[in-house]
Design a protein around this ligand. Structure first.
Ligand code: FHN
Length: 473
């Protein structure tokens, strides 16, 4: 009986070994480089925290209205929602004169808002390119503007100290090789031409604009792209060989099994996780704080390109957006806020206002944003903790005020709260009430609780006894 039991155990052990081996697939074209990256370029990406997204192209001219009819869908999808024939859409190129385009002014608005990086659509789904590309005629050179719009943009933003990144859509409604799926040899051959075209253009962008810091990919959800994991792996390699330090979004990638973002062995692809589009992770998600990620956000519900009518959906207030920035940073994320410049090159007044208002908050409180991340402390209802790992300072970003007028802080075992003060007034210590060994109330004085505000905490870590003894010997 004992013998039988042992052999049963052996069989079970053998089987479980097989199962364990089976779950680890051999993935050749999954994650390209080890993550999380710790090189200087990646550290900078991580420290930047607040970015500006720019969707600009021919769709900004009709701005969601075609032949007097307003379409509620995303303005940059108007060609599809209004069923505009391709040749007709292409005529818009003659109206792209953008007489109000002033990249220095755009960069000044972004700087005032406090952004440290920008991501601009070099080519969206309609295939129109903002730079003079040697691989297509459907580009800025064919417009009345003629000049290298993207080059001027890169120069202006770089001069303003803002890192420039490029958005690039693989999905291309104009390219004859684009396919949603690959069902035949003809499809495969056609899609091959689209892949070649994309690779050429991406390498061309890196060569023309060596200042570019990273790439953000879109239109990579199609089956055709998922069937070509090896190609996207090799493309990532080719781009990084040309520009070491380049930071690419996980949206770029699929592995050879067609898995996107996270490869078949559960490893992130690209350099950061890029699935948070118009949404944020739950107020507290431990797992997400362990990876680099970014959230991209619209001001209206779902408009990226310029839409004439912003009365069609809720428009997020500067306050809502500011809270989202902090929410992202508290969980180790970057926040990329979208702007859709107008067809004439101007920035709409609502976006100017938002940039100004967020800028006011950032001006006073950006110490709690740049270079900051999760604090490791338990989230409280008044808002979000952030922490600067270099200085060790912890920030309480208050967005909801408790009626008792006191703000609860629960530290970790071995930590002591030494001091709390309002940001910018760090010489004036706030009153602290200690409730238990690690729980405190911070009691701010003379603070306008109608607006969000930030409290800086100085926390002392008690040295562990073991360490202390070791240091004495
Ligand atoms: O279809 C696009 C959309 O127009 C916009 O560019 C957004 C930005 O994240 N990306 C796609 C939808 O996921």
């Amino acid at each position: 009986m004992k013998k039988q039991f042992l052999s049963l155990l052996l069989i079970l052990g053998f089987c479980s070994g097989l199962v364990a081996q089976d779950t680890k697939k051999e993935v050749k074209y999954g994650q390209y480089n080890g993550l999380p990256r710790q090189d200087q370029a990646m550290q900078k990406w991580r420290e930047n925290r607040l970015g500006q997204f720019i969707h600009w192209g021919l769709y900004a001219i009709p701005g969601g209205v075609w032949k007097d009819k307003t379409y509620e869908g995303a303005a940059e999808w108007l060609q599809i929602s209004a069923k505009v024939p391709r040749e007709e859409w292409e005529q818009l190129i003659h109206d792209f004169s953008i007489e109000k385009y002033d990249p220095n002014e755009w960069a000044a608005i972004a700087k005032e808002m406090g952004v440290k990086y920008v991501t601009i659509t070099t080519k969206h789904h309609d295939g129109f390119c903002l730079w003079p590309s040697k691989y297509t005629e459907f580009d800025i050179e064919a417009t009345p503007y003629k000049k290298d719009l993207l080059g001027e943009f890169v120069k202006a933003y770089t001069k303003a100290g803002i890192d420039v990144n490029f958005y690039y859509s693989i999905l291309d409604w104009r390219h004859t090789g684009w396919r949603y799926d690959v069902k035949s040899i003809e499809d495969a051959e056609a899609f091959e031409t689209l892949m070649e075209y994309s690779k050429n253009q991406l390498l061309e962008l890196i060569e023309r604009y060596p200042e570019v810091k990273g790439f953000w990919f879109d239109g990579t959800w199609d089956k055709s792209w998922k069937l070509n994991g090896k190609f996207s792996y090799e493309l990532e390699k080719a781009m990084k060989d040309k520009s070491p330090g380049l930071v690419v979004s996980s949206r770029m990638r699929a592995d050879e099994y067609g898995k996107r973002h996270i490869d078949s062995n559960g490893r992130l692809m690209g350099d950061y996780y890029s699935v948070y589009e118009r949404r944020l992770p739950l107020p507290w998600d431990e797992e997400i704080t362990k990876m680099d990620w970014e959230c991209c956000m619209t001001v209206p519900e779902n408009q990226w390109g310029y839409h004439q009518d912003w009365s069609l959906s809720h428009i997020k207030s500067p306050l809502e957006l500011t809270e989202m920035i902090v929410h992202a940073v508290s969980q180790n994320g970057n926040f990329l806020l979208n702007f859709g410049p107008m067809g004439n090159g101007d920035i709409r007044k609502e976006e100017r206002f938002i940039a100004k208002e967020i800028g006011k908050w950032m001006d006073e409180n950006s110490e709690a944003i740049y270079g900051c991340g999760p604090s490791g402390l338990q989230k409280q209802d008044w808002g979000y903790f952030t922490k600067n790992n270099k200085s060790g300072k912890v920030y309480m970003n208050v967005f909801n005020n408790p009626v008792i007028g006191k703000y609860r802080v629960k530290l970790k075992k071995g930590q002591t709260l030494k001091k709390a003060s309002l940001i910018g007034k760090q010489s004036e210590a706030l009153h602290l009430e200690q409730i238990s060994k690690t729980v405190y109330f911070v009691v701010p004085a003379n603070v306008n609780t109608k607006d969000p505000f930030v409290i800086v905490l100085e926390i002392e870590e008690k040295e562990s006894r073991k360490f202390h003894q070791k240091a004495l010997t």
